[in-house]
Design a protein around this ligand. Structure first.
Ligand code: 13P
Length: 254
């Protein structure tokens, strides 16, 4: 397995934060700090900030993503946003299956799979989130849980499309808790995910897919996590809301 075969992707997940003026302030502060990044820099922002983010990042190295999309193309789905609506705007990435969506909004592996396929069909790059609950880790079934998520979330996704996906390993117990997985724990699961991909799609695809770690990644611990063979980037919550912290993580990715 060769880390040089894939691009590091550092993505901010702003979650339900930032009004438009606040978003403008953060993006303006971030732009000069990440301008010489060696990795892919993405900010995934609330729908209401997409237009602001797209216009402020035009001509820069910052890519814009959404935090979710629906699986149907259009229709009577009040409150939802389709993948086509996002691509039409110029959005490139979309987070799918974040644990907060699974936990609070009833998302299942089946809907994550449908959303992933809809995103790919629309030309978006999905950042698909997987990860175990604390209870599942304590019961020693982390690999079972994550393996099942990989199998179901990417069911019926072709090898060609798989290469366009990013996988974010986010242990649910490490999200927003200040509790980071140890570098060994994170690397172990990311390596397992790559093995699983190799079994499903072959080594070439497994080598090409960027696997991020997410869960209290911050300016202090990013370099150590990102140095690991199978950790190709990060999905950053809290620390992505502070321009200097986010920039430090981007620098750590090379
Ligand atoms: P925190 O970095 O705030 O723990 O959030 C991680 C996350 O959920 C990113 O999607």
């Amino acid at each position: 397995m060769n880390k040089a075969l894939r691009k590091a992707v550092i993505a901010g997940n702003w979650k339900m934060n930032k009004t438009r003026p606040e978003a403008k302030e953060l993006i303006e502060a971030m732009k000069p700090l990440v301008a010489d990044a060696g990795c892919e820099v993405v900010i995934c922002v609330p729908y209401t900030n997409l237009e602001t983010a797209l216009s402020l990042t035009e001509g820069t190295n910052i890519k814009v993503g959404a935090e979710n999309c629906h699986f149907e193309k259009s229709g009577a789905f009040t409150g939802e946003i389709s993948a086509d609506m996002l691509t039409e705007m110029g959005v490139e990435y979309v987070i799918i299956g974040h644990s907060e969506r699974r936990q609070y909004f009833g998302e299942t592996d089946e809907t994550v799979n449908k959303r992933t396929k809809a995103a790919l069909a629309a030309g978006l790059k999905p950042i698909v989130c997987v990860g175990e609950l604390l209870w599942e880790r304590e019961c020693n079934i982390t690999e079972e849980v994550v393996g099942r998520q990989i199998k179901l979330d990417f069911f019926d996704v072709s090898a060609e499309d798989m290469k366009k996906c990013v996988i974010a390993y986010e242990p649910v117990w490490a999200i927003g808790t200040g509790k980071t997985a140890t570098t060994e724990q994170a690397e172990e699961v990311c390596a397992f995910i790559r093995e699983k991909l190799a079994a499903l799609y072959g080594k070439e695809v497994a080598d090409a897919v960027s696997i991020q770690y997410g869960g209290s990644m911050n300016a202090g611990n990013a370099a150590e996590l990102l140095a690991k063979e199978n950790i190709d980037g990060g999905l950053i919550g809290g620390a992505s809301l502070k321009a200097p912290d986010f920039a430090t993580i981007v620098k750590a990715a090379g």
